[in-house]
Design a protein around this ligand. Structure first.
Ligand code: 5GP
Length: 189
């Protein structure tokens, strides 16, 4: 695949977007993800500057005031944002840039970068999504319920995307998305 371009991988919590991203990267090492900033506490094994830039509330606010974000949202009581510096760094390197973000941020990015390709990853069913969210051992009951409610709302955004891909079989889903990326990269120059 030709390098370059911005792709948004989005979808409800539990749809598998991070795993899909890992699969795409395994197919093509020039596909790279921007590292977002968040006020969420690191989960076990997460590393600062690799999984996220973990910031305090005041630090996040300072970056908003300094105009450092392309987009930011509050999600489940925490702030998440895409840093301009990250998008710039990776596009300057000529990489194929992937943003793995929630739905409101995705639509904001699409408004700012109309050439960005927005892909919504759907779970095979609501039942399966609930099962996947429940399976995540790192969330407590209140957090699981909150994420499920958010997930249901996020599903209503799916028609606003350029593409929708069902993540039933992971390998098929990765292959389908890679094909979309190849097709799009051929169309743009
Ligand atoms: P988590 O806490 O599970 O890592 O992330 C919660 C949600 O925030 C996920 O849907 C994730 O994709 C999304 N997210 C992560 N970084 C960003 C970001 O920079 N901007 C937006 N809008 N969403 C993000």
């Amino acid at each position: 695949m030709k390098q370059g371009g911005i792709y948004i991988l989005s979808g409800p919590s539990g749809c598998g977007k991070n795993t899909v991203y890992e699969g795409l990267r395994a197919l093509d090492p020039d596909i790279v993800q921007t590292v977002s900033a968040t006020t969420r506490k690191p989960r076990l094994g997460e590393r600062n500057g690799v999984d996220y830039f973990f910031l305090t509330g005041p630090e996040f606010k300072q970056r908003i005031d300094d105009g450092e974000f392309v987009e930011y949202v509050t999600y489940g009581g925490n702030c998440y944002g895409t840093l301009k510096s990250e998008v710039r760094r990776l596009t300057d390197l000529g990489k194929t840039v992937v943003l793995v973000i929630e739905v409101r941020g995705a639509l904001n990015i699409k408004r700012m970068f109309p050439q960005a390709v927005a892909i919504f990853i759907e779970p095979p069913s609501m039942e399966e999504l609930i099962r996947r969210i429940n399976k995540r051992g790192d969330n407590n009951d209140a957090e699981i319920e909150l994420r499920m409610n958010i997930a249901k709302e996020e599903m209503t955004f799916r028609d606003k995307y350029d593409y929708r891909v069902v993540n039933d079989d992971l390998d098929t889903c990765i292959k389908d998305i890679y094909q979309i990326m190849q097709k799009e990269s051929d169309q743009h120059d």
